[in-house]
Design a protein around this ligand. Structure first.
Ligand SMILES: Nc1ncnc2c1ncn2[C@@H]1O[C@H](COP(=O)(O)OP(=O)(O)OP(=O)(O)O)[C@@H](O)[C@H]1O
Ligand SMILES: [Mg+2]
Length: 481
């Protein structure tokens, strides 16, 4: 098989012709070229031979008794097992329609008798090469498809394992955030209980000395009044006393001393009262262990917290900070019923919100203002509860108090707002903020009291925190929420 022998392996040919001479001539000629040649003399015989072992090419005569070449070819093409075998027609018919018909029924070539040996060989070789290449192509195609299939399987497996990994990492993230929450709760309760103990201790220690200063002031005032009465009596009885006494009276400016002493005692009394108020606030604020639910006046809690933070509202400088202008606190309190809540925890919420507001006002130009407003809610809460379908008896949930704490400070970007309730999120300098304040507020308001906390803010436009606490707390908790 000359030039293509390297590519095309020894081919198996089938020659079909009812004329023995033709058959012999063709088969000798092809055998001499190295092809393996099978010969049959009729169409049905040809189909049987092909069904036993498929040849690589068929040379098919058209004019045959019993079954002509076209019919044989049609049958071969109709069977998927034999449809790929190339068929070259060999015929004495030279009409163009015969040739057209030959191609129509699936022939690949047409040789007219009498034929030239070289022509037959060239056409056979041509078809065999074509078939070989097309087989290579289809093999390659199959291999490629297999490869694609395998890759898809690998890809699917990868995707599945990726999904599994993602699930795992989500679960881990959840655990981590749960851990952080627990950690922040622990730190907070530790912090608050030690702070509470310290505050309670300090308040107690101050309370006693202030108590006796306050009560002695009353007696001191009385003593002084008695003494000054005595001096007046002396002056009346002895208007012309000794020059020495006259001199001392002039020196002391007795009249001024009497007036100033009154003023001093008064301001000492105001100061002592103030200390007593602060002590009371500290004691109220630090009732940390008394965490039982009870009905309280929310305004009292806010006022105590404001009292404790008083020093930060004043205009003068405090601690290491430079002097800041005064912060004006505007109270717009509405009529509130008593709210059943964990009072010390709610006080902590007010403390954190107010501290944050004060921090946000630092370095802001006057007027620096914090507005605290309260009211009984009228619908928002109810809607939410209804949406969540948490109760059959929704009226119980419609009563809630709304506390708004607004400042005209620095405000927050949207990005910051998204993270403020995350434990340990802070924009403050290292050491000056733990980032727990709002996380605690969230826990206390949402988890402890089934309330809501949210904020409205924009950079440069201040911030408003809105806290909503259901009034019927006991009812909520007894239902196990
Ligand atoms: N009123 C506010 N105005 C502007 N930013 C605020 C306000 N309140 C909170 N923030 C922002 O939210 C962050 C988180 O507040 P949070 O109270 O949780 O922590 P912190 O104040 O930074 O630290 P900590 O309260 O633990 O000392 C703050 O760092 C601040 O960026
Ligand atoms: Mg804070």
């Amino acid at each position: 098989m000359n030039s293509n022998s390297a590519l095309v392996p020894l081919a198996d040919l089938l020659v079909v012709d009812d004329t023995p001479d033709n058959l012999r001539l063709l088969s000798t000629m092809l055998s001499e070229q190295g092809y393996k040649v099978r010969k049959v003399m009729s169409g049905p015989l040809a189909l049987r031979v092909v069904s036993v072992a498929s040849p690589d090419l068929i040379l098919l005569d058209i004019n045959m008794p019993q079954m002509n070449g076209y019919e044989v070819c049609e049958k071969l093409k109709a069977d998927p097992r034999t449809s790929q075998i190339p068929v070259i027609f060999i015929s004495a018919l030279d009409d163009v329609w015969d040739k057209v018909r030959a191609f129509e029924v699936g022939g690949v070539d047409y040789i007219t008798k009498p034929f030239q040996c070289e022509e037959v060989l060239a056409r056979v070789k041509n078809q065999l090469t074509l078939r070989w290449f097309s087989k290579q192509l289809s093999d390659q195609n199959i291999r490629l498809q297999q490869e694609i299939c395998e890759r898809q399987q690998v890809e699917n497996a990868l995707r599945q394992s990726e999904a599994r990994e993602r699930e795992k990492s989500q679960a881990l993230e959840l655990t981590l955030s749960e851990l952080r929450r627990t950690q922040s709760q622990l730190i907070q309760s530790e912090k608050m209980s030690s702070l509470g103990q310290m505050v309670a201790g300090v308040a107690h220690e101050i309370n006693n000395p202030v108590g006796f200063i306050y009560s002695n002031l009353f007696i001191a005032r009385q003593y002084f009044q008695d003494l000054s009465k005595l001096v007046e009596l002396y002056q009346k009885a002895y208007p012309n006393s000794t020059p020495e006494i006259q001199e001392i009276i002039a020196e002391l400016d007795l009249q001024f001393l009497k007036e100033d002493w009154q003023k001093m005692i008064n301001s000492m009394q105001v100061g002592a009262e103030r200390i007593q108020e602060i002590v009371l606030s500290l004691q109220n604020f630090s009732r940390l262990n008394k965490s039982d639910l009870k009905p309280v006046d929310i305004h009292e809690g806010i006022n105590h917290t404001l009292e404790i933070l008083q020093y930060r509202f004043r205009a003068e400088s405090y601690s290491h900070r430079v002097s800041c202008p005064e912060i004006e606190v505007i109270k717009e309190y509405g009529q509130l019923p008593k709210v059943t809540c964990y009072v010390s925890q709610l006080n902590q919420v007010f403390m954190h919100l107010l501290s944050n507001a004060i921090d946000a006002l630092e370095n802001q130009p006057p007027p620096r203002r914090i507005t605290i407003s309260t009211e009984v809610g009228t619908g928002e809460w109810k809607e939410d509860r209804e949406k969540e379908n948490l109760s059959k008896d929704k009226d119980k949930y419609t009563q809630y108090v709304v506390i708004r704490i607004a400042d005209n400070g620095s405000g927050m970007s949207e990005n910051v707002q998204k993270q403020i309730f995350d434990p340990f999120f802070t924009t403050k300098a290292v050491g000056s903020g733990t980032g727990l304040g709002l996380a605690i507020c969230y826990q206390v308001v949402v988890e402890k009291h089934q309330g809501q906390i949210r904020c409205i803010s924009a950079p440069g436009e201040g911030t408003e925190f809105i806290v909503e606490i259901p009034i019927a707390q006991e009812y909520l908790l007894s239902e196990g929420h």
